[in-house]
Design a binder for this molecule. Structure first.
Ligand code: MV4
Length: 494
């Protein structure tokens, strides 16, 4: 195996300055990592992002005037800026250009280090069918299904009958649940096949789909991988991301509160072995489905740092972003698998500017009043502050509340306390949803699969609780009381 990795250390220069090709909380997260590594950070921002917190905190910042989304996707301009601003490297964060193999290659071609995996691995895992075949070849369990794109509807129907309904149709170059359809019986097949194909064309510009046996009520378990350029591949444990709404994760937990220890060991072994065999480097996440009988199946690999990386950082004590930068510099991992100790439970709550009372419709606007939770075991990764105006152009996720405790019960209690402290006024958020989840008995018992939120939403009370207003009313009453006491209109004795 050794020969596929360089025997001598590639001579690489130390990274002194990083351009962050992203925005929001992840841009700030990367700036923080750079500061702790004595690396200069360079921010970019679109014209609607001039008041972004990351713009203030970076060592330098550069505007991109024009379309606010295209700003973060315009890779020629971004690489030009990196060169002009004397940056050695670009960190892509998540979303935007983070899983664009051409961008990663273009960085290398122009002498800029792309902080992430090799372009070939980004390309492989961007192709959901090719990556499934590659993983199957090296002994990773995958879900039964087609190994070629299905273009003919009648052929697709025949294949589905052979596999046995229910089946799932997936976009070959997709992600995020787009271009995906569950087909329960033969009657529905043709219309759902057409819908999946059309959606795949609309979102990914490519209509290729493949068909798989549908796994019902699975848990979504993912393994965090960290690998250097010398074939050292380690795992940083798993995350349970089963609590989702419309294929958007809402809560992520490390470790999974109800995973059989033998299954856990198996998943770790499969994940690390596969990434070693493929010569993967940088950080990455392998997603698995775990069915009701504890069978595990690889579904896809994410070749970027993920939104939910903080829960893993907290239970492992490893700064994933810092290590990701060092790996890109050519550093060897400075710890062994057996030196990594996992401690306690961490839970991440994605805070979205959306209205739970109006089908979670995105709610851009100005945060008029803001009080963040704190205290022991609470981490907040956010780009919010009082007075900040959330632009309507981007994703509605505006922050992540992460709590930690030694055991699961303690983590749930910590979460209740922290969520109750969290006040955001001016825009509706999904905090009321989180407050309901952490009081739900099935959640408390660790009983949840990917169907959890759909099943629970109806029974949840999502009326926003105006704690902030209650506190303000109390403060006004206190002011009045003190005035009355001073004027001898009221007397208090203790
Ligand atoms: C599946 C599946 C069941 N069977 N594949 C969701 C997003 C993408 N990463 C893969 N996903 C799934 N693939 C097979 N063969 C279940 C999911 C899935 C899911 C499906 C419907 C509704 C919610 C879901 C949440 C997580 C995963």
């Amino acid at each position: 195996m050794g020969e596929i990795f360089p025997k001598v250390q590639p001579t690489m220069k130390k990274i002194k300055k990083v351009l962050i090709a992203n925005r929001g909380e992840i841009a700030l997260r990367i700036i923080r990592a750079c500061k702790e590594l004595d690396i200069k950070s360079v921010a970019m921002f679109s014209e609607v992002d001039f008041d972004g917190i990351w713009v203030r905190k970076a060592d330098e910042c550069y505007p991109f005037v024009g379309d606010p989304i295209k700003a973060y996707l315009d890779y020629d301009k971004i690489i030009n800026l990196a060169v002009k601003a004397n940056c050695d490297a670009i960190h892509p964060g998540y979303g935007f250009l983070s899983e664009n193999a051409e961008f990663a290659q273009a960085c290398e071609d122009r002498g800029i280090i792309f902080i992430g995996p090799k372009a070939e691995h980004i390309a492989l895992f961007g192709d959901k069918m090719a990556s499934k075949i590659a993983m199957k070849e090296i002994g990773v369990p995958v879900i039964e299904g087609t190994e070629e794109p299905v273009t003919d509807m009648n052929e697709g129907e025949r294949i589905s009958e052979a596999i046995g309904f229910p089946v799932i149709i997936k976009a070959a170059f997709g992600g995020g649940g787009r271009g995906m359809r569950i087909v329960r019986n033969k009657k529905e097949f043709k219309s759902l096949f057409e819908a999946a194909t059309n959606e795949a064309v609309k979102y990914f510009g490519r209509g290729e789909v493949f068909i798989e046996k549908y796994v019902s009520n699975p848990r979504h378990i993912e393994v965090q991988i960290i690998a250097d350029k010398y074939g050292n591949v380690l795992h940083l444990g798993e995350r349970d991301c089963s609590i989702q709404r419309r294929h958007q994760k809402v809560i992520e937990i490390a470790p999974s509160p109800r995973l059989n220890e033998a299954v856990r060991k198996d998943i770790y072994r499969i994940a690390t072995k596969a990434m070693f065999r493929l010569g993967y480097e940088s950080v990455g996440t392998i997603e698995f489905l775990v069915d009701e009988e504890d069978n595990i199946y690889f579904i896809e690999m994410n070749t970027r740092v993920q939104v939910e990386h903080p829960v893993t950082e907290i239970i492992s004590g490893i700064d994933i972003i810092q290590r990701m930068i060092e790996i890109a510099e050519g550093d060897k991992l400075r710890f062994l698998q057996e030196e990594i100790k996992f401690r306690g439970y961490a839970v991440e709550f994605r805070i979205n500017a959306e209205d739970p009372k109006r089908q979670f419709f995105p709610s851009a606007g100005t945060i008029t009043n803001y009080m963040a939770p704190g205290g022991p075991g609470v981490r907040l990764d956010t780009s919010m502050y009082a007075g900040y105006t959330i632009p309507a152009n981007y994703d509605s996720m505006i922050g992540k509340l992460i709590v930690w405790a030694l055991d699961w019960e303690g983590a749930v209690k910590k979460a209740r306390r922290a969520l109750d402290e969290f006040y955001i006024d001016g825009v509706p958020t999904n905090i009321p949803l989180h407050r309901e989840i952490v009081r739900d008995q099935d959640f408390i018992d660790g009983k949840f699969t990917t169907g959890y939120l759909d099943q629970k939403l109806e029974s949840f009370n999502l009326e926003a609780v105006h704690h902030m207003k209650d506190e303000e009313e109390r403060m006004a009453k206190i002011a009045e009381l003190i005035k009355a006491i001073k004027q001898n209109k009221v007397s208090v004795s203790y």
